[in-house]
Ligand binder design. Structure first.
Ligand code: SAJ
Length: 417
């Protein structure tokens, strides 16, 4: 049985490792020893639909460790965070993973980089680092196979989405295709390394720009006096229009970051940076909507519902909630936070009852499905104000329960309702 070493057991590395473990012996490596030891006890480090069932099924083929060993293939799925002040990719984890692999690499092996990286990283940084053990460039079989899975539906998307594999040679491309077709049911498309890197970044940038447009429309909806949510639904009835949804900002480890990887060494981009600026300013837009609602209240207390970057996940990386909380604190508000999914966060997360007690205003930040079942008739707050940044609750029900309801992007109701 083939042995595959997966480096990085995070949101992508772990599901990928477990899917490979259906067919191969998997060494799952992470430098975080607490992740390794909890995986050894059968505890997964994060929530993801279907992951624990998969883990139980393939456990016998999956070996967590903090050390790399000789293997037939190495998959690098380590984080590539953004250096916030420079707006550039931090590639130290890719470099150190490649260094670890280089010690065990031979000319029969395949190395796959799954982490999202700026164009050129495979050729300029990853391959040269792997060469350190004395192999020549022709002896290295290298592929970039960026993940395309959406958190919350990761397994289904890793299996069923089409996959792009960029490679440094025809042989490496074939090896990559052979490996991934063990569980990928979507089509596999082959290309060169740099194109694969670029395509991945284009996908997330396209989404970011589309959301920025929706967010700009939302602000215009308020100015013009229309309900932008209805307007977007109506525009999307056009067969060639698909505007995404406004919100409190774009979070997560991908869409809020990847556009910067695309622009970091470009002098020609304008639109991409502007979209980032628009999306990053959405917590300010929310705060501008909240301020007049609380102006007559002494020492306002607000309740943030949801700090995960999007609905039904426990991931709060790059969440717009953090900026919103900071702005609210700077405004002098007391902030209480409830999120049924997020377990650890820089601010205390408290239960719903305590989060609402003595509060003046709820700001719904994350569209967790469970928030829809909150019964507004059972809520006792000091002042009943709801600001829904996701247009997700049943507003009539909340109004009927005495709440003043504001919705991001709703300048007014339509005449017919
Ligand atoms: N958001 C909106 N409005 C929308 C859609 C999303 O404000 O209409 C916000 C979300 O609330 C969230 C952020 O955008 O804060 C990003 O969420 P998302 O669901 O759009 O995307 P991610 O970051 O969870 O996953 C994306 C996906 N990329 C695309 O759809 C092009 C996924 O396929 C990628 O694999 C993933 O990034 C990644 O890892 O790159």
């Amino acid at each position: 049985m083939k042995k595959i070493c997966v480096l990085g057991l995070g949101y992508i590395g772990l599901p990928t490792a477990l899917l490979f473990a259906q067919h191969f012996q998997i060494l799952g490596v992470d430098i975080n020893t607490s992740i390794v030891s909890s995986l050894k006890k059968g505890n997964l480090p994060f929530e993801e639909q279907g992951l624990s069932e998969l883990y139980e099924r393939v456990e016998k083929n999956f070996f967590p460790s903090d050390k790399v060993e000789e293997s037939d293939a190495f998959i690098i799925a380590v984080p590539t965070p953004l250096n916030e002040s420079l707006k550039t990719a931090e590639l130290k984890y890719v470099r150190s993973a490649a260094e670890m692999v280089s010690k065990y690499l031979n000319s029969d092996n395949l190395v796959v980089l799954e982490s999202t990286v700026p164009p050129g990283t495979s050729e300029h940084l990853a391959i040269p680092t792997l060469l350190k053990n004395g192999l020549t460039e022709n002896e290295i079989h290298f592929a970039h196979c960026p993940e395309r899975a959406i958190p919350g539906n990761t397994l289904d998307e890793i299996i069923n989405n089409d996959r792009i594999i960029g490679a440094n040679s025809h042989q490496a491309a074939m090896m990559g295709q052979d490996l991934y077709s063990s569980f990928v049911e979507g089509k596999i498309h082959l290309t060169d390394l740099r194109t694969a890197e670029f395509v991945k970044l284009m996908e997330n940038t396209y989404r970011d720009v589309n959301i920025a447009l929706a967010n700009e429309f939302a602000q215009m909806g308020q100015e013009v006096g229309i309900n932008i949510w209805e307007a977007i639904d109506l525009a999307n009835l056009h067969p060639r229009v698909n505007i995404l949804r406004p919100g409190p900002g774009v979070g997560g480890h991908c869409i809020a970051i990847d556009p910067w990887f695309l622009t970091e060494s470009s002098t020609t981009t304008r639109l991409i940076n502007l979209a980032r600026t628009i999306n990053e300013s959405m917590p300010n837009v929310v705060m501008n909507g909240i301020r007049p609602l609380l102006q007559d209240i002494k020492k306002p207390v607000i309740t943030i519902l949801g700090v995960a970057y999007k609905g039904n996940v426990d991931d709060w990386r790059e969440t717009p909630a953090l900026k919103l909380i900071k702005l609210a604190e700077n405004e002098g508000y007391t902030v209480k936070i409830h999120d049924p999914h997020v377990k650890t966060f820089p601010y205390p997360i408290i239960d719903l009852h305590n989060a609402l007690e003595n509060s003046d205003c709820i700001i719904l930040v994350t569209d967790h499905v469970s928030f829809k079942s909150i019964d507004p008739t059972k809520i006792s707050m000091k002042t009943k104000i709801l600001f829904d940044t996701r247009n997700t609750l049943d507003h009539k029900k909340w109004q009927d329960s005495g709440f003043k309801v504001k919705i991001l992007g709703n300048g007014n109701k339509t005449f017919l309702k």
